[in-house]
Design a protein around this ligand. Structure first.
Ligand code: HPA
Length: 236
């Protein structure tokens, strides 16, 4: 059964899914990282491909930007396509002074200003938390990869263009590693559907360190460590 946002047939999508934000990055992952990847859906320019990684069936599908977009694709993959694990492979802006551009951030948890933490259970702010088994595998793989990796919390914001510097300051004070726009939503969808998720992020820019941003071209090509870590987490 196809969904409004995915024309793949059940069985066309593997139980393990890599999920970048950018549809062009999904195409590059299908071409250069997966083996024998076949296009199985491309509604609204969001391509989904299925192939293998080290012999294990694996799919890649983009989330688009923001929790609203990601939650559509992730919920449908978990609920209608039998997907068990999704690993977001994206970028984040560095917040912590300990984090540098090109480092890898593995999000054990994700703070958010999105309703996914506060709306499902009235009166409670839910913890948006990664799958422990995926997190452990990612940490093990990152030690082997040689990438400088940080494990901790990120902030998943509904706003790229923030108007409140005190929010950034407060997040840095409580040790938040980076800011992006999707991880908390992915963790919330996994929690709602009883499935697993993790976000492995490459630091593409830094909010308080000057002159170190990656160009758009560098962003597209500098994710090999994060991808290896993500695939290891999916297959653990
Ligand atoms: N803010 C939000 N999302 C991001 C950023 C940022 O600075 N960098 C990469 N993704």
């Amino acid at each position: 059964m196809a969904t409004p946002h995915n024309t793949a047939e059940p069985g066309d999508i593997a139980p393990l899914v890599l999920m970048p934000g950018d549809p062009r990055r999904a195409a590059r992952i299908a071409e250069g990282f997966l083996t024998d990847a076949t296009l199985v859906s491309e509604v609204r320019g969001i391509g989904a491909w299925t192939g293998t990684w080290n012999g294990t069936p694996m799919s890649v599908m983009a989330s688009g930007m923001g929790i609203a977009s990601l939650s559509i694709y992730a919920t449908e993959l978990y609920r209608f396509y039998g997907v068990q694990r999704i690993c977001r492979v994206g970028t984040c802006g560095g917040l912590s002074p300990d984090v540098d551009v090109r480092d890898v951030v593995v999000a054990a948890s994700a703070h958010t200003n999105n309703g996914c933490a506060s709306l499902p259970v009235p009166g409670a702010s839910l913890s948006m938390t990664a799958s422990f088994d995926m997190l452990r595998a990612a940490v093990d793989a990152s030690r082997a990869s040689g990438a400088t990796t940080h494990v901790g919390s990120v902030f998943s914001s509904d706003f790229f263009y923030t108007t409140r510097p005190e929010v950034t300051e407060g997040l840095i004070k409580v040790g938040t590693l980076g800011v992006e726009m999707e991880a908390a939503g992915l963790y919330g969808c996994a929690m709602a559907e009883g499935k697993e998720a993790l976000a492995v992020l490459t630091v593409s820019d830094h909010l308080t360190k000057d002159g170190t941003d990656m160009s758009a071209a560098q962003r597209e090509t500098s994710f090999s460590s994060a991808l290896e870590i993500a695939a290891a987490a999916l297959t653990a």
